[in-house]
Design a protein around this ligand. Structure first.
Ligand code: HSE
Length: 433
C-alpha cells in the first residue's frame, strides 16, 4: 500500500461537487483500500469563496482554478463546473500539467469530446465521464468495457429525469404540460429556465456521447436530431392510452440494418405499456441496450441529483487513481468504425397522426390516397365525430406501418394542402414494438 496520497483538485463545488467532497471524506479509508493509496482533496476551486461549505477545510478553497492545476502536485482533477467554458480550458490545462481528469460535463463532452480525448491520449492521461450520462447509472463503462466484445445495435433510453417527471405526471393525472411543468419546478426537478431539459438539448448531448461509445464512431451534438416535448398534450396521452401506450421523451440510437451507418435522435414517442421503459416513473432514467450476443439489457436508476451523480464521479476517481498507480491509462476514444450519421429522413419507424378533417363523403379515401402516394402504409384508422362539429368535422387518427421519416413528412405536407384537412393536430412516432 502506498502511503503518499494521490492529490485531487475539485473544480466546482455545487450540488455535485459538495457531495464528491463529502464522500471523499466519509469514505476515505475504504477508498484508500480500494485504490491502494490514499486520495487527498488538495484544493477546491469555486466561484463564490465566501459561501459556507460544511465539511470542507476553508484553507482548500480557491477562486483560481488555473493556479491550482499549475501548482505541480495535483494528480487528478474532478471537473463538476458544467458548461463549455471555463471547463474546457481547465481540462486542457490539466492535461498540459500531467493531470488526469474526471468530468461530469455532458455538454462539453458532446461538443468537444474528440478534441479532449485526443489531448488526453497525447499526454498519456485519462479522461473519464461516467457521471455525464444518466447520473448514478453505470452506462459508459458497461458500454465501453463490459460490452466491448459484443456488437451493439440499438440504444433506447430515458436520459432526462425532468421531462420524465413531467410526462409521468401528465400520464398519471391527466394534467396538461404547463401544469405538470409547474409541479416539477415547485418540487425542484425543473430549473427556473427549463429549456435545456424540455427542448431535448440535455438528452441530445447524452445521446451524442452514448452513440459514439456504442457504435465506436464519432457522433457530434449537431448530428443528433432533436425535438422537445413542450407540444405533447393531454389529448396525445388520451390517444396513447387508447393504443395501450404511454409517451416518453426518448433518445434512440440505431445502427442501420446494413451496418453502414447510424442514426441518433431525441423526440417524444409513444411506447407500449408492455415495454420496460414504459414503467420508468417520476424522475428516474433508464436505458435499454440491444446487442448481438448479450440480447436486451436495461440499466435503470436515478439520473440526476448530487449524491447519485457523485457516486458515478467517485467510481471514475477510483478507476483513474488505480490507473495512475499502475502507470497506465484506461480506454480512450474508440471511433475506428467511422460510420456516417444518417439524417432523420432515413429513420424508419411507425407514426400516430391525428388530423382534424371535414366530415363528409370521400374524405377518408382522400386521406388514405395521400398516404399511399407517399409509400406510407396505414395500419389502423379511427374516426370520431367531434362534439363541437357534429356532421361537419371529425378527428381522424391514423397509425402507420413502418415508413421512412422523409416519406411521412412528405405525406403530412400533402395532407396539410388538402381542403378537407382542417389541421394536423399531432404527429408522434411509435417506438418499442
Ligand atoms: N437536468 C437533467 C435531468 C439532469 O433532468 O435529467 C442533468 O443532466
Amino acid at each position: 500500500m502506498r502511503t503518499r496520497p494521490l492529490k485531487v483538485a475539485l473544480l466546482g463545488c455545487g450540488v455535485v461537487g459538495s457531495e464528491v467532497a463529502r464522500i471523499m471524506t466519509t469514505h476515505a479509508d475504504d477508498l484508500t483500500q480500494r485504490i491502494g493509496a490514499p486520495v487527498e482533496l488538495a484544493g477546491v476551486a469555486v466561484r463564490r469563496p465566501s459561501k459556507v461549505r460544511e465539511g470542507i477545510d476553508p484553507a482548500l478553497i480557491t477562486t483560481d482554478a488555473t493556479a491550482l492545476l499549475k501548482r505541480g502536485d495535483i494528480d487528478i482533477a474532478i471537473e463538476v463546473i458544467g458548461g463549455i467554458e471555463p471547463a474546457r480550458t481547465l481540462i486542457t490545462t490539466a492535461f498540459e500539467h500531467g493531470i488526469s481528469v474526471v468530468s461530469a460535463n455532458k455538454a462539453l463532452l458532446a461538443q468537444d469530446g474528440a478534441a479532449l480525448h485526443a489531448a488526453a491520449e497525447q499526454a498519456g492521461l485519462d479522461l473519464y465521464y461516467e457521471a455525464a450520462v444518466a447520473g448514478a447509472i453505470p452506462l459508459i463503462r458497461p458500454l465501453r468495457e463490459s460490452l466491448a466484445g459484443d456488437k451493439i445495435n440499438r440504444v433506447m433510453g430515458i436520459v432526462n429525469g425532468t421531462t420524465n417527471f413531467i410526462l409521468d405526471k401528465m400520464d398519471s393525472t391527466g394534467a396538461g404540460y404547463q401544469e405538470a411543468l409547474d409541479e416539477a419546478t415547485a418540487l425542484g426537478y425543473a430549473e427556473a429556465d427549463p429549456t435545456a431539459d424540455v427542448e431535448g438539448y440535455d438528452a441530445a448531448a447524452k445521446a451524442a456521447i452514448l452513440a459514439g461509445i456504442a457504435f465506436h464512431t464519432r457522433v457530434r451534438l449537431d448530428d443528433v436530431y432533436r425535438e422537445g416535448m413542450t407540444e405533447v398534450s393531454a389529448a396525445d396521452f388520451a390517444s396513447a392510452k387508447r393504443m395501450g401506450c404511454t409517451i416518453k421523451l426518448l433518445a434512440i440510437l440505431e445502427r442501420a440494418a446494413d451496418g453502414e451507418s447510424v442514426t441518433a435522435r431525441v423526440h417524444p414517442a409513444m411506447i407500449p405499456l408492455s415495454h420496460p421503459l414504459a414503467s420508468v416513473r417520476e424522475a428516474y432514467n433508464a436505458v435499454f441496450v440491444e446487442a448481438d450476443a448479450a440480447g436486451r439489457l436495461m440499466f435503470y436508476g436515478p439520473g440526476a441529483g448530487g449524491a447519485p451523480t457523485a457516486s458515478a464521479v467517485l467510481g471514475d476517481l477510483v478507476a483513474v487513481a488505480r490507473n495512475k498507480l499502475a502507470e497506465a491509462t484506461g480506454p480512450g476514444e474508440s471511433a475506428y468504425t467511422q460510420l456516417p450519421v444518417s439524417p432523420m429522413g432515413d429513420v424508419v419507424t411507425r407514426y400516430h397522426i391525428s388530423l382534424d378533417v371535414a366530415d363528409k363523403p370521400g374524405v377518408l379515401a382522400q386521406v388514405a390516397t395521400t398516404f399511399a402516394e407517399h409509400g406510407v402504409s396505414i395500419d389502423t384508422v379511427r374516426q370520431q365525430g367531434r362534439p363541437d362539429g357534429v356532421g361537419k368535422e371529425a378527428s381522424l387518427v391514423v397509425v402507420t406501418h413502418r415508413a421512412a421519416d422523409a416519406a411521412l413528412s412528405g405525406t403530412v405536407e400533402a395532407l396539410r394542402k388538402l381542403d378537407t384537412v382542417r389541421g394536423v393536430a399531432s404527429i408522434m412516432r411509435v417506438e418499442g414494438e
